[in-house]
Write a protein that binds this ligand. Structure first.
Ligand SMILES: C[S@@+](CC[C@H](N)C(=O)[O-])C[C@H]1O[C@@H](n2cnc3c(N)ncnc32)[C@H](O)[C@@H]1O
Length: 212
């Protein structure tokens, strides 16, 4: 839900992970917006079926690198389908997605390893970035800490395409969207001006339907 200057929106959230859907419902309860939110478990490639009973939306929001997981043609079709569920004057927001420029400027190596602990879990992460294909490959290995030993729980491979600013521009155009502005940050709406502010940014953009 978004509430700004007394405007309240109803929100439908889609994710394939049942755990994320459960967490979203809990968060909605905690923020007292359960009556304004609906969370649907589903594969975004079936967006038309998932949203078939919904009215058209004022906006669609894609957050935190929820882009780049499919073949280019599928990605175009996905964003093109989304267009059908947005009002004529509606907007598409892509927020805080890793961009190629941002990734290259903030990482001095194309292979990195790191680890983190979450309660009794240990996560080892290995990231490989291929600049030729713009593919980011990650391997997450989870262990449970038990009395001085580590019990392996799962190893999860993840890979996605890291769009350049130009690449996302091309994707949006092919999917029927016109980018109105790129932003340094959507929190304070500082417009990105590569000629005046030549810095690498994640993908933060607002687009409208082409032709409207
Ligand atoms: C990098 S995370 C982005 C974070 C997430 N959007 C959020 O708001 O916390 C990518 C998300 O995409 C979801 N996802 C992956 N494949 C999907 C698919 N085919 N359909 C719908 N969601 C998918 C994952 O479950 C995960 O929550």
């Amino acid at each position: 839900m978004w509430q700004r200057e007394n405007v309240v929106y109803n929100v439908v959230g889609v994710d394939i992970s049942p755990l994320y859907i459960e967490e979203a419902k809990k968060q909605a309860e905690a923020y007292d917006v359960a009556n304004l939110t609906e969370f649907v478990r589903g594969d975004v490639r079936n967006l038309r079926d998932i949203l078939q009973d919904q009215q058209n939306f004022d906006a669609a929001v894609n957050v935190w690198s929820s882009i780049g997981y499919f073949e280019k043609a599928v990605e175009i079709s996905l964003f093109n389908t989304l267009r059908d569920f947005i009002l004529t004057e509606g907007r598409l927001l892509i927020v805080n997605a890793a961009s190629k420029e941002w990734w290259v400027s903030t990482h001095d190596r194309f292979r990195t390893t790191s680890h983190g602990t979450y309660e009794d879990l240990l996560l080892l992460e290995k990231v490989t970035y291929n600049p030729c294909s713009s593919q980011m490959k990650m391997k997450w290995t989870f262990y449970r800490k038990e009395e001085g030993t580590l019990e392996h729980i799962a190893t999860v491979p993840v890979k996605f395409h890291v769009y350049s600013i130009g690449g996302i521009h091309d994707l949006m155009k092919k999917a029927g969207w016109e980018i109105l502005e790129f932003y340094d940050s959507l929190e304070d709406l500082t417009a990105y001006e590569p000629e005046n502010i030549p810095k690498a940014i994640p993908i933060n953009l607002i687009a409208k339907k082409r032709g409207h």
